[in-house]
Design a protein around this ligand. Structure first.
Ligand SMILES: Cc1ncc(COP(=O)(O)O)c(C=O)c1O
Length: 355
């Protein structure tokens, strides 16, 4: 059975919105567009015209970049939109559920709530470096579990799910749920993407984004990749013209080889800075634990987390805390070398007890 059959029946039958035809060198009186271009229009394609309903050239370019056939890929407004689309497509309100680990990215639970789906959580433990327990994930599932979200590297812990653990989960859950691997931070791990498993694992869906390693968070562009039938359903429910002309042109530029080459160099710098920061952190007395990380951030446990966050804020540095869900834990995003130096100076002051 295809996992597409787990999707809501009414959506499996839904046809995509029929957009007005767009044909070059014609007089276009079929889409209620303005016939003139604004003097504020600075783009390669005229903004008085709607963009393509789905950006074909972008799907090609992203497919080439992520090594995925474009027929198995939908371009989305960040992976956030992909998470929302998946939950809306698969979960019936008040009936179905998603399974996630905890702590993890809060958007899975957020969109489950929006859709009226339950979230079942499987705790990962600090003393195990937040490693995922596949048996526990499988035990948390029932016959109404439509989606299992695996965030790897995980936000906020930085934990990478090992390939054997992922393969085990894919094999043992089979076609009873879609296994969604969110790889927002995979470039910082040095490990291969699960995209290469798509051919052999029809229950796998992979999310990738341009927001992190490629430095295009402001453009809002990501992709969901999976079985063709699943992509067809997501395509039918995504808003028409979801990717605006400015975004399409910006992402076309982002995928030029020189820009990708630049990003590769920056990824290596961020990984080196991550190691420098993490090593330095272990020398501070008030830093109790530094967890391993495969992402562009890492998680610390400190003495008096609130005070550290406040002190950083007072010095113009924003760090992230997670309240009672991870007491005294602080997530640090790896910044530029100069920004990281500032953070280390401040931590050295805190360590010396200077107020
Ligand atoms: C694990 C994870 N997935 C997805 C996202 C959303 O990324 P995007 O900017 O592609 O919507 C984030 C953002 O922080 C994230 O941490």
């Amino acid at each position: 059975m295809s996992i597409a059959e787990l999707a809501r029946a009414e959506l499996r039958a839904l046809q995509p919105y029929r957009a007005a035809q767009q044909v070059e060198s014609t007089i276009r009186l079929n889409a209620n567009e303005a016939p003139w271009s604004s003097c504020a229009d600075r783009f390669r394609r005229p903004l008085n015209r709607y963009p393509e309903i789905r950006p074909g050239s972008l799907a090609q370019a992203l497919g080439a970049y992520f090594a995925c056939d474009p027929s198995r890929l939908l371009v989305t407004r960040g992976t956030s939109e992909a998470i929302d689309l998946l939950i809306r497509a698969f979960c019936r309100e008040g009936i179905d559920n998603i399974v996630t680990t905890t702590p993890t990215f809060s958007m899975y639970g957020h969109y489950a709530t929006v859709q009226g789906a339950a979230q079942r959580t499987v705790e990962t433990l600090p003393e195990d470096d937040f490693e995922i327990d596949v048996d526990a994930v499988l035990e948390a599932c029932d016959e109404k579990t439509r989606l299992i979200f695996i965030c790897s590297p995980n936000n906020p812990t930085g934990t990478l799910v090992s390939r054997p653990a992922l393969l085990d989960l894919l094999a043992r859950r089979g076609d009873r749920s879609a296994i969604v691997v969110d790889e927002a931070y995979i470039e910082f791990s040095g490990e291969p993407s699960a995209v290469e498993l798509l051919d052999r694992h029809p229950n796998l869906v992979v999310l990738r984004t341009l927001s992190k390693a490629l430095a295009f968070a402001g453009a809002r562009c990501g992709t969901v990749m999976g079985p063709v039938e699943v992509i067809r359903i997501l395509n039918a429910i995504q808003a028409p013209y979801a990717m605006s002309t400015p975004v399409v042109e910006c992402v076309e530029d982002a995928l030029r080889s020189s820009v990708i080459d630049e990003a590769q160099g920056r990824i290596a710098e961020i990984m080196a800075e991550r190691e420098r920061l993490m090593t330095a952190m272990t020398s501070f007395h008030f830093v109790e634990t530094v967890w391993p990380s495969a992402a562009n951030f890492f998680l610390l446990r400190v003495d008096k987390g609130d005070a550290v966050i406040r002190r950083a804020r007072d010095n113009g540095i924003l760090l992230r805390d997670f309240g009672d869900s991870l007491p005294n834990c602080v997530r640090v995003t790896v910044g530029s070398e100069a920004e990281n130096d500032r953070l280390l100076e401040l931590f050295a002051e805190i360590d010396r007890g200077k107020s």
